[in-house]
Design a protein around this ligand. Structure first.
Ligand code: PMP
Length: 426
């Protein structure tokens, strides 16, 4: 059987970096991967992260502790991440959910509603969610069209049989299609009479690949509909902080979903990552939380906890230690934490600066629209154009025309803009 295995296609995004690395053109520009690079094209370590690393190295010696973490990760990490996500990011003082007086997230922590696991970054959180859901609750999921290509891959490889796409973005107009999105759900989900609920993946902010997010008013409508249809929200929050430069502000979708007026009978899933907002890409630091509905007895949360443990144990046993210690220190030390908030802000300002430059140099009116956020811009270049850019000019975008803004810097912006102009005028 081994010799009947077919060649798998290369990864749509990471495969391109391999091709880029082999390209000998000295002018080559890699605008594919979602990694933040500074104006010198370097993947930098944020000052907050460097300081935490030094502390760990010199003073605490924690990286000398190479023993296993528990299956669901360290206790301190769980406490600090839950506090950051559900208390700070959901605090009413941010006053971003209209009419919300209370910090409902803090209540979820205090009432022990949250099953939490440290995961192998956002991808690990999504994969464990998919495994858990497919085993116990549902094998049906809705993914936006367009979406991060790995969403489909993750759910498909972890037991999901029924993968649907909801309208998200219209390539012609370059606009979101929220009405079509809601119609898709209303038409198809409400007609499905089977008892198996439908899951839905929601990009919390900085939608990948389009960079275009719903407005707050849109989210309100969307969440109302998802709730009416008794769907299971899976919030994918891989870019918290990269929307506005303010980590707390960007958790709107989470704040919205934990409002007690919504009762998520089959749980609310949050897949969260520190890859981008802490620059801890390769350290694989993130979390999965499953919020049990308020009416459920304590045994429900206990059962979820125990099954999560079992799933994780069967795949990788326990998460890696070092990166999570760094994140934990940043989250628990007020000085490091305020530095981290500044670091994120600086990164977002640079990305906004690139948007401004592209908008000035090219006739790209949408690149700095108010709903455009994060690392990516969707050029809407067709595949032949993307291929021409790659083959003739060594400018690498993903096949769908997504451009990673942070790959642009002072030394290549002229080349990139001139080439785009040439391509657009031909
Ligand atoms: N979700 C989305 C939408 C992403 O773009 C990414 C990163 N490219 C992830 C999740 C997960 O990333 P990581 O596993 O590195 O945290």
């Amino acid at each position: 059987l081994l010799n009947q295995i077919e060649l798998a296609p290369p990864d749509k995004i990471l495969g391109l970096t391999e091709t880029f690395n082999n390209d000998t053109n000295p002018s080559k520009v890699n605008l594919t991967v979602g990694i933040y690079k500074d104006n010198y094209g370097k993947v930098t370590t944020f000052p907050s992260i460097s300081k935490a690393q030094k502390l760990i190295d010199r003073e605490l010696g924690l990286n000398k502790n190479l023993s296993y973490l528990p299956i669901k990760g360290g206790k301190d990490y769980a406490e600090n991440v839950k506090h950051f996500l559900y208390d700070e990011s959901c605090s009413s003082s941010t006053n971003l959910v209209a009419g919300s007086e209370k910090n409902y997230g803090k209540q979820l922590i205090d009432n022990n509603r949250i099953s939490f696991a440290q995961t192998l970054s956002g991808t690990g959180a999504l994969a464990i969610s998919a495994k858990f859901l497919a085993l116990f609750i549902s094998k049906k999921v809705w993914i936006p069209n367009f979406s991060w290509a790995n969403h489909m891959n993750i759910f498909n490889k972890n037991g999901f049989k029924d993968i649907h796409y909801y309208s998200y973005y219209d390539v012609k107009s370059g606009q979101l299609t929220v009405d079509n999105w809601l119609n898709d759900l209303k038409e198809k989900v409400s007609k499905d009479k089977s008892p198996e609920p439908h899951c839905i993946i929601l990009h919390a902010c900085c939608h990948n690949p389009t960079g275009l997010d719903p407005t707050r008013e849109d989210w309100d409508k969307i969440i109302d509909t998802i709730n009416e249809l008794k769907m299971i929200p899976i919030i994918d929050m891989a870019y918290q902080g990269l929307e506005s430069g303010n980590l707390i502000q960007d958790a709107y979708l989470l704040r919205k979903c934990i409002d007690p007026k919504y009762v998520w009978d089959n749980g609310l899933f949050l897949c969260q990552s520190f890859a981008k907002n802490m620059g801890l890409y390769g350290e694989r630091v993130g979390s999965l939380s499953i919020v049990a509905p308020s009416h459920s007895p304590p045994r429900v949360k206990e059962a979820v906890d125990s099954q999560l443990k079992r799933i994780i144990r069967s795949i990788y046993s326990s998460p890696p230690g070092y990166g999570s210690r760094v994140a934990n220190l940043v989250l628990s030390d007020p000085g490091l934490k305020s530095q981290w908030f500044k670091d994120v802000n600086i990164m977002v300002n640079r990305l906004q600066g690139i948007r401004d430059q592209l908008s000035t140099n090219l006739d790209w009116s949408t690149v700095n629209d108010s709903q455009q956020h994060g690392m990516f811009y969707f050029t809407r270049f067709s595949l032949p154009v993307v291929q021409e850019l790659r083959d003739k000019y060594s400018i690498y975008l993903t096949d769908d025309g997504r451009l990673s803004l942070s790959g642009i810097n002072d030394s290549n912006i002229e080349y990139v803009c001139d080439t785009f102009k040439k391509i657009e005028n031909q």
